[in-house]
Design a protein around this ligand. Structure first.
Ligand SMILES: [Zn+2]
Length: 293
Protein backbone atom coordinates (compact mmCIF):
# COMPACT_ATOMS: atom_id res chain seq x y z
CA UNK A 1 0.00 0.00 0.00
CA UNK A 2 1.20 3.45 -0.81
CA UNK A 3 2.31 5.34 2.26
CA UNK A 4 1.85 9.04 2.74
CA UNK A 5 5.51 9.34 3.52
CA UNK A 6 6.46 7.99 0.16
CA UNK A 7 4.34 10.56 -1.58
CA UNK A 8 5.73 13.29 0.64
CA UNK A 9 9.25 12.30 -0.34
CA UNK A 10 8.09 12.18 -3.90
CA UNK A 11 6.91 15.76 -3.71
CA UNK A 12 9.81 17.10 -1.75
CA UNK A 13 12.18 15.50 -4.21
CA UNK A 14 10.96 18.14 -6.61
CA UNK A 15 9.23 16.15 -9.28
CA UNK A 16 8.17 18.11 -12.32
CA UNK A 17 5.62 20.68 -11.30
CA UNK A 18 2.23 21.06 -12.82
CA UNK A 19 1.63 24.65 -13.86
CA UNK A 20 -0.15 26.09 -10.91
CA UNK A 21 -0.63 29.78 -10.36
CA UNK A 22 -1.62 30.90 -6.92
CA UNK A 23 -5.38 30.58 -7.18
CA UNK A 24 -5.94 27.55 -9.39
CA UNK A 25 -7.10 25.18 -6.68
CA UNK A 26 -5.73 21.71 -7.24
CA UNK A 27 -2.96 22.00 -9.79
CA UNK A 28 -3.26 20.27 -13.14
CA UNK A 29 -2.20 16.81 -11.85
CA UNK A 30 -4.62 17.19 -8.93
CA UNK A 31 -7.56 17.89 -11.22
CA UNK A 32 -6.57 15.05 -13.53
CA UNK A 33 -6.33 12.58 -10.64
CA UNK A 34 -9.89 13.63 -9.75
CA UNK A 35 -10.97 13.09 -13.36
CA UNK A 36 -9.31 9.69 -13.51
CA UNK A 37 -11.02 8.47 -10.35
CA UNK A 38 -14.38 9.62 -11.72
CA UNK A 39 -13.63 7.85 -15.02
CA UNK A 40 -12.84 4.61 -13.24
CA UNK A 41 -16.19 4.64 -11.49
CA UNK A 42 -18.30 5.04 -14.61
CA UNK A 43 -19.57 2.17 -16.73
CA UNK A 44 -18.51 1.90 -20.35
CA UNK A 45 -21.73 3.37 -21.75
CA UNK A 46 -21.57 6.46 -19.52
CA UNK A 47 -17.89 7.01 -20.29
CA UNK A 48 -18.71 6.93 -23.99
CA UNK A 49 -21.62 9.32 -23.57
CA UNK A 50 -19.55 11.86 -21.61
CA UNK A 51 -16.61 11.52 -24.00
CA UNK A 52 -18.88 12.11 -27.01
CA UNK A 53 -20.32 15.20 -25.38
CA UNK A 54 -16.83 16.53 -24.62
CA UNK A 55 -15.61 15.99 -28.19
CA UNK A 56 -17.84 18.87 -29.26
CA UNK A 57 -15.75 21.25 -27.15
CA UNK A 58 -14.25 24.26 -28.92
CA UNK A 59 -10.77 23.38 -27.67
CA UNK A 60 -10.91 19.74 -28.74
CA UNK A 61 -9.14 19.92 -32.09
CA UNK A 62 -6.82 22.81 -31.34
CA UNK A 63 -5.72 22.10 -27.81
CA UNK A 64 -6.86 18.77 -26.42
CA UNK A 65 -6.33 16.30 -29.25
CA UNK A 66 -2.60 16.92 -29.63
CA UNK A 67 -1.60 17.74 -26.11
CA UNK A 68 1.79 16.38 -25.10
CA UNK A 69 0.53 15.52 -21.62
CA UNK A 70 -2.13 13.16 -23.01
CA UNK A 71 -1.92 9.44 -22.28
CA UNK A 72 -2.81 6.44 -24.46
CA UNK A 73 -6.55 6.31 -23.59
CA UNK A 74 -8.37 8.82 -25.77
CA UNK A 75 -11.52 8.85 -23.70
CA UNK A 76 -9.60 9.39 -20.52
CA UNK A 77 -7.70 12.23 -22.22
CA UNK A 78 -11.02 13.96 -22.77
CA UNK A 79 -11.74 13.69 -19.06
CA UNK A 80 -8.25 15.03 -18.22
CA UNK A 81 -8.57 17.97 -20.57
CA UNK A 82 -12.09 18.79 -19.46
CA UNK A 83 -10.97 18.93 -15.84
CA UNK A 84 -8.28 21.55 -16.50
CA UNK A 85 -9.94 23.66 -19.21
CA UNK A 86 -11.16 26.43 -16.86
CA UNK A 87 -7.50 26.91 -15.89
CA UNK A 88 -6.47 26.90 -19.57
CA UNK A 89 -9.02 29.68 -20.00
CA UNK A 90 -7.29 31.92 -17.47
CA UNK A 91 -5.31 33.60 -20.22
CA UNK A 92 -4.34 33.49 -23.87
CA UNK A 93 -6.61 32.41 -26.68
CA UNK A 94 -9.23 30.75 -24.47
CA UNK A 95 -9.51 33.58 -21.97
CA UNK A 96 -12.95 34.66 -23.12
CA UNK A 97 -14.25 31.43 -21.59
CA UNK A 98 -12.52 32.09 -18.27
CA UNK A 99 -14.26 33.41 -15.13
CA UNK A 100 -11.96 34.01 -12.20
CA UNK A 101 -14.61 34.28 -9.42
CA UNK A 102 -16.11 30.97 -10.58
CA UNK A 103 -13.15 29.06 -9.10
CA UNK A 104 -13.80 29.77 -5.42
CA UNK A 105 -16.17 31.04 -2.74
CA UNK A 106 -15.23 33.11 0.29
CA UNK A 107 -16.94 31.99 3.45
CA UNK A 108 -15.42 34.50 5.87
CA UNK A 109 -13.68 33.13 8.96
CA UNK A 110 -13.48 35.91 11.58
CA UNK A 111 -10.67 35.03 13.97
CA UNK A 112 -11.42 37.89 16.40
CA UNK A 113 -14.97 36.54 16.82
CA UNK A 114 -13.96 33.02 17.78
CA UNK A 115 -13.66 31.86 14.19
CA UNK A 116 -17.25 32.80 13.45
CA UNK A 117 -18.06 31.92 9.85
CA UNK A 118 -19.91 34.58 7.85
CA UNK A 119 -21.59 33.77 4.54
CA UNK A 120 -20.02 34.81 1.26
CA UNK A 121 -20.78 38.26 -0.12
CA UNK A 122 -23.17 38.49 -3.05
CA UNK A 123 -21.78 37.84 -6.51
CA UNK A 124 -20.54 35.04 -8.72
CA UNK A 125 -18.77 32.21 -6.94
CA UNK A 126 -18.00 28.54 -7.47
CA UNK A 127 -21.29 27.50 -5.84
CA UNK A 128 -23.76 29.54 -7.88
CA UNK A 129 -21.69 29.20 -11.04
CA UNK A 130 -21.64 25.38 -10.78
CA UNK A 131 -25.41 25.28 -10.39
CA UNK A 132 -25.81 27.50 -13.45
CA UNK A 133 -23.54 25.23 -15.52
CA UNK A 134 -25.47 22.20 -14.32
CA UNK A 135 -28.75 23.73 -15.48
CA UNK A 136 -27.22 24.44 -18.89
CA UNK A 137 -25.91 20.89 -19.31
CA UNK A 138 -29.38 19.52 -18.61
CA UNK A 139 -30.98 21.81 -21.19
CA UNK A 140 -31.90 19.57 -24.11
CA UNK A 141 -31.96 22.45 -26.56
CA UNK A 142 -28.42 23.65 -25.91
CA UNK A 143 -25.79 23.52 -28.68
CA UNK A 144 -23.36 20.59 -28.38
CA UNK A 145 -20.33 22.89 -28.16
CA UNK A 146 -21.94 24.92 -25.39
CA UNK A 147 -22.90 21.80 -23.48
CA UNK A 148 -19.27 20.64 -23.68
CA UNK A 149 -18.06 23.96 -22.36
CA UNK A 150 -20.44 23.83 -19.39
CA UNK A 151 -19.35 20.25 -18.73
CA UNK A 152 -15.72 21.29 -18.42
CA UNK A 153 -16.70 23.75 -15.72
CA UNK A 154 -18.63 21.07 -13.84
CA UNK A 155 -15.60 18.77 -13.95
CA UNK A 156 -13.31 21.51 -12.73
CA UNK A 157 -15.51 23.18 -10.13
CA UNK A 158 -16.37 19.89 -8.44
CA UNK A 159 -12.63 19.57 -7.91
CA UNK A 160 -12.07 23.19 -6.91
CA UNK A 161 -14.71 23.24 -4.20
CA UNK A 162 -13.04 20.26 -2.51
CA UNK A 163 -9.76 22.17 -2.19
CA UNK A 164 -10.39 23.51 1.33
CA UNK A 165 -8.83 26.93 0.76
CA UNK A 166 -11.13 27.55 -2.21
CA UNK A 167 -14.02 27.99 0.17
CA UNK A 168 -12.67 30.55 2.64
CA UNK A 169 -10.98 33.81 3.49
CA UNK A 170 -9.65 34.18 7.05
CA UNK A 171 -9.70 37.64 8.62
CA UNK A 172 -7.41 38.78 11.43
CA UNK A 173 -5.64 41.93 12.65
CA UNK A 174 -2.69 41.12 10.40
CA UNK A 175 -4.98 40.45 7.42
CA UNK A 176 -7.96 42.80 7.80
CA UNK A 177 -8.92 42.29 4.15
CA UNK A 178 -8.75 38.50 4.54
CA UNK A 179 -6.07 36.04 3.52
CA UNK A 180 -7.60 35.29 0.07
CA UNK A 181 -7.78 31.58 0.70
CA UNK A 182 -4.20 31.48 1.96
CA UNK A 183 -2.77 33.37 -1.02
CA UNK A 184 -1.65 36.20 1.30
CA UNK A 185 0.19 33.86 3.69
CA UNK A 186 3.80 33.09 2.78
CA UNK A 187 4.44 29.41 3.36
CA UNK A 188 7.22 27.03 2.34
CA UNK A 189 6.33 24.96 -0.68
CA UNK A 190 6.51 21.17 -0.24
CA UNK A 191 7.97 21.11 -3.73
CA UNK A 192 10.82 23.42 -2.87
CA UNK A 193 9.78 26.00 -5.46
CA UNK A 194 10.11 29.70 -4.84
CA UNK A 195 8.28 32.75 -6.11
CA UNK A 196 4.55 32.68 -6.56
CA UNK A 197 4.23 29.09 -5.40
CA UNK A 198 5.39 29.83 -1.88
CA UNK A 199 2.12 30.56 -0.17
CA UNK A 200 -0.36 28.55 1.85
CA UNK A 201 -2.82 28.26 -1.04
CA UNK A 202 -0.21 26.95 -3.47
CA UNK A 203 1.02 24.51 -0.83
CA UNK A 204 -2.43 22.91 -0.72
CA UNK A 205 -2.85 23.08 -4.50
CA UNK A 206 0.10 20.75 -4.92
CA UNK A 207 -0.52 18.20 -2.18
CA UNK A 208 -2.20 15.52 -4.31
CA UNK A 209 0.59 15.36 -6.87
CA UNK A 210 3.04 17.54 -8.73
CA UNK A 211 3.59 15.42 -11.84
CA UNK A 212 1.53 15.87 -15.00
CA UNK A 213 2.76 12.65 -16.60
CA UNK A 214 -0.32 10.46 -17.31
CA UNK A 215 1.47 7.34 -16.04
CA UNK A 216 2.02 9.03 -12.69
CA UNK A 217 -1.52 10.43 -12.62
CA UNK A 218 -2.94 6.95 -13.17
CA UNK A 219 -0.67 5.51 -10.52
CA UNK A 220 -1.71 8.11 -7.95
CA UNK A 221 -5.41 7.56 -8.79
CA UNK A 222 -5.03 3.80 -8.43
CA UNK A 223 -3.21 4.08 -5.12
CA UNK A 224 -5.76 6.54 -3.77
CA UNK A 225 -8.66 4.24 -4.61
CA UNK A 226 -6.93 1.38 -2.90
CA UNK A 227 -5.98 3.39 0.17
CA UNK A 228 -9.29 5.25 0.50
CA UNK A 229 -12.00 2.82 -0.68
CA UNK A 230 -15.50 4.04 -1.41
CA UNK A 231 -16.88 2.25 1.68
CA UNK A 232 -15.00 4.72 3.86
CA UNK A 233 -17.00 7.69 2.58
CA UNK A 234 -20.48 6.97 3.91
CA UNK A 235 -21.03 10.45 5.34
CA UNK A 236 -19.57 12.15 2.26
CA UNK A 237 -21.73 10.09 -0.08
CA UNK A 238 -24.82 11.40 1.67
CA UNK A 239 -23.85 14.97 0.81
CA UNK A 240 -24.72 15.50 -2.81
CA UNK A 241 -24.94 19.28 -3.25
CA UNK A 242 -22.11 21.64 -4.00
CA UNK A 243 -23.24 23.82 -1.07
CA UNK A 244 -22.55 20.91 1.28
CA UNK A 245 -19.15 20.27 -0.36
CA UNK A 246 -18.29 23.94 0.25
CA UNK A 247 -19.32 23.65 3.90
CA UNK A 248 -17.14 20.55 4.26
CA UNK A 249 -14.21 22.56 2.96
CA UNK A 250 -14.86 25.32 5.51
CA UNK A 251 -14.89 22.72 8.29
CA UNK A 252 -11.68 21.20 6.93
CA UNK A 253 -10.02 24.62 7.00
CA UNK A 254 -10.97 25.15 10.63
CA UNK A 255 -10.01 21.64 11.74
CA UNK A 256 -6.91 21.03 9.67
CA UNK A 257 -5.65 23.72 7.28
CA UNK A 258 -5.58 26.59 9.79
CA UNK A 259 -5.45 24.51 12.94
CA UNK A 260 -1.83 25.14 13.90
CA UNK A 261 -1.35 28.39 12.00
CA UNK A 262 -1.43 31.64 14.00
CA UNK A 263 -3.70 34.01 12.00
CA UNK A 264 -1.53 36.98 12.97
CA UNK A 265 1.51 35.47 11.26
CA UNK A 266 1.67 36.17 7.53
CA UNK A 267 5.06 34.59 6.80
CA UNK A 268 5.96 31.07 7.90
CA UNK A 269 9.59 29.99 7.50
CA UNK A 270 8.64 26.36 8.19
CA UNK A 271 5.45 24.35 8.24
CA UNK A 272 4.50 23.24 11.77
CA UNK A 273 5.72 19.78 12.74
CA UNK A 274 3.40 17.08 11.32
CA UNK A 275 1.62 19.62 9.12
CA UNK A 276 2.80 17.98 5.92
CA UNK A 277 1.80 14.45 6.87
CA UNK A 278 -1.59 15.44 8.22
CA UNK A 279 -2.21 17.84 5.37
CA UNK A 280 -1.43 15.16 2.83
CA UNK A 281 -3.99 12.85 4.34
CA UNK A 282 -6.66 15.56 4.36
CA UNK A 283 -5.85 16.61 0.79
CA UNK A 284 -6.02 13.08 -0.50
CA UNK A 285 -9.40 12.50 1.14
CA UNK A 286 -10.70 15.77 -0.26
CA UNK A 287 -9.34 14.78 -3.64
CA UNK A 288 -11.36 11.59 -3.42
CA UNK A 289 -14.48 13.39 -2.32
CA UNK A 290 -16.21 14.79 -5.34
CA UNK A 291 -16.42 11.80 -7.60
CA UNK A 292 -17.84 9.82 -4.73
CA UNK A 293 -20.91 11.99 -4.66
ZN1 LIG B 1 -10.02 26.37 -10.53
Amino acid sequence: MRSHNRLVVFLVAGMVLGVSAASHAWNSPGHKVNASIAYRQLDEATRAKVADALKAHLAYAELWARRSSNGPDERLNLFYNASVFPDDARGGQWSKYGRSPAHYVNFRIMFAEGNKVLPPLDGENVLNSYLAHLRQVKDRKILAEDRALHLTWIFHQAGDVHMPLHAVARFSKALPEGDRGGNSVRFPSPRGSGGRGSNLHAYWDGLISGDDDPTVIEKVAEELISEYPREGFTAELARTSIGEWGEESVTTCLKAVYRDLDPEITTFADAPVEYETEGMSVALCRGMGWQMS
